[in-house]
Design a protein around this ligand. Structure first.
Ligand SMILES: [Zn+2]
Length: 262
């Protein structure tokens, strides 16, 4: 039986802390279109390590900070009153953890949990709100990103209802690899079962099948995608549907030329 084990979190040592070179796609686009606002914002953002399992926000607490993800993965986790939970969306370097709060909402309907360690640039929520209200470009970028999160939420509902554990596991691995920009990551069994929204036994069987076919490998708590193309064939349609919207960066700028001064 394939079994995930708990692994030590990947440290954030070695991550480029020079703000001008952030890998966050929203900040990178802002840097190109409005370097003055980007410069001011980056002076106020602080690098913040994302450690596995840390709760950044929950339905019972206001979010004090907004996180621009530079590396790592943060999950939006929905849960029942009884404590059962399932991932409904992923945030990587294409996005922001706390987008609802950034745009004015103060009640998260889900938890924000660090699933893969990395780095974020963060600032107090009220400060980000000030920038959004004074900068139409940043507002457009974040609005566009919020739409992509809503698309992910809708796709997750469909996926959890209609697609198999193996399809969902393949989809989740591809999305994680895309957002974390790596084919190799540390995972725990509990994490993957929650992400995929399936019983551990079903996830283990699916993962074993993928490993036996040489599509993935798993050693010492580290999972490696050996064949992205073959994993893509296994995944359900939801990967392409979400990737097309989320993975190509916000298109707000091209739709709003007046906002970018071109
Ligand atoms: Zn699906």
């Amino acid at each position: 039986m394939f079994a995930f084990s708990a692994g030590a979190g990947v440290g954030w040592e070695g991550v480029d802390l020079v703000p001008e070179r952030t890998r966050n796609q929203i900040l990178s686009q802002l840097a190109v279109v409005d370097p003055d606002v980007f410069g001011r914002l980056m002076q106020q953002l602080e690098p913040h390590p994302l450690q596995r399992g840390v709760l950044l926000g929950s339905p019972r607490a206001h979010l004090d900070f907004i996180y621009f993800i530079d590396s790592g993965i943060v999950s939006l986790v929905a849960e029942t009153r009884g404590g059962s939970s399932v991932d409904v969306a992923l945030v990587g370097r294409e996005g922001v953890a706390g987008i609802a709060d950034a745009l004015g909402r103060r009640q998260l309907p889900y938890r924000l949990v660090v699933q893969l360690p990395g780095l974020a640039y963060r600032a107090p929520r009220d400060l980000i709100r000030e920038h959004i209200l004074s900068c139409s470009t940043l507002h457009a970028l974040l609005m566009d990103y919020s739409q992509s999160v809503m698309h992910q939420l809708a796709q997750s509902a469909l996926c959890n209802r209609f697609h198999t554990s193996e399809q969902r596991l393949a989809r989740w691995l591809l999305l994680t690899a895309e957002r974390a920009d790596t084919k190799r990551f540390e995972l725990t069994h509990e994490l993957v079962a929650q992400m995929v929204g399936a019983p551990r036994s079903a996830v283990s069987e699916s993962a074993s099948a993928l490993r036996e076919r040489g599509i993935i490998d798993y050693r010492r708590g580290v999972l490696t995608i050996r064949s992205t193309s073959r994993l893509h064939k296994v995944a359900c349609e939801c990967f392409d549907a979400v990737s097309a919207v989320n993975g190509n960066g916000a298109s707000a700028l091209s739709r709003r030329p007046s906002a970018v001064g071109v």
